[in-house]
Design a protein around this ligand. Structure first.
Ligand SMILES: C[S@@+](CC[C@H](N)C(=O)[O-])C[C@H]1O[C@@H](n2cnc3c(N)ncnc32)[C@H](O)[C@@H]1O
Length: 191
């Protein structure tokens, strides 16, 4: 990544931390991904060669930019889903020079409508307690060999426990928790 892009991402992240510290309402905080987690996620996109990347939880586009840069490296694209469009989102994507397919939808409904096996990498970063209610679609939409990544599994274990138990109960899944940022669960979906 070149220096101007590194500087833009550092600026967005610092601005988000500053914004969130002054915002008492959790639902109005940007809650951007930690930079180390974002870097790992982006590298997974490249390693997997994930051309069809879906992100659940766009916020103002911080993690989306990381994912879109990586997807572009492997000739892919990102669809990012959120129930609302956050101030500054389109401007941030424009500044980063990335093109992303934005969907203003409830994620459970979006995933339920996707064809089976149509996604190479799915990243969940939304309201964690809702994930289990989206089952089986988060796994169904992944192609064999695809990857499911879930943030906050160490910071909010009880909120993701039901969902991770569903994943663990599927014999096709091989999962690992990476102690980066707030804890990233990474699952490989086998055949
Ligand atoms: C933690 S923030 C996402 C942060 C973002 N990934 C980043 O790193 O910049 C969570 C986002 O999920 C969205 N969200 C919450 N529940 C959702 C749902 N059911 N469907 C789609 N988006 C949802 C919220 O509006 C919010 O923007």
């Amino acid at each position: 990544m070149d220096e101007p892009m590194q500087a833009l991402l550092a600026e967005l992240y610092a601005d988000g931390v500053h914004h969130d510290a002054a915002e008492p309402d959790r639902f109005l905080r940007r809650r951007n991904l930690e930079p180390d987690t974002a870097a790992l996620l982006a590298q997974l996109v490249r390693l997997v060669g994930a051309r069809r990347v879906v992100e659940i939880g766009t916020s103002n586009g911080y993690s989306t930019i990381w994912l879109a840069l990586a997807a572009r490296d492997v000739g892919g694209r990102v669809v990012s889903v959120d129930t609302q469009e956050w101030p500054g989102l389109r401007q941030n994507l424009r500044r980063a020079g990335v093109s992303v397919d934005l969907r203003l939808l409830e994620a459970g409904a979006y995933l339920a409508d996707l064809p089976s096996g149509s996604v190479d990498m799915l990243f969940l970063d939304a309201e964690r307690v809702e994930y289990a209610s989206w089952w089986p679609h988060p796994l169904r939409v992944l192609r064999p060999g695809g990857v499911l990544a879930v943030d906050n599994v160490l910071s909010h274990p009880s909120e993701v426990a039901d969902f991770l138990a569903l994943v663990a109960g599927d014999p096709r899944c091989r999962s690992a928790t990476v102690p980066v940022g707030k804890g990233l669960s990474v699952t490989w979906r086998g055949h």
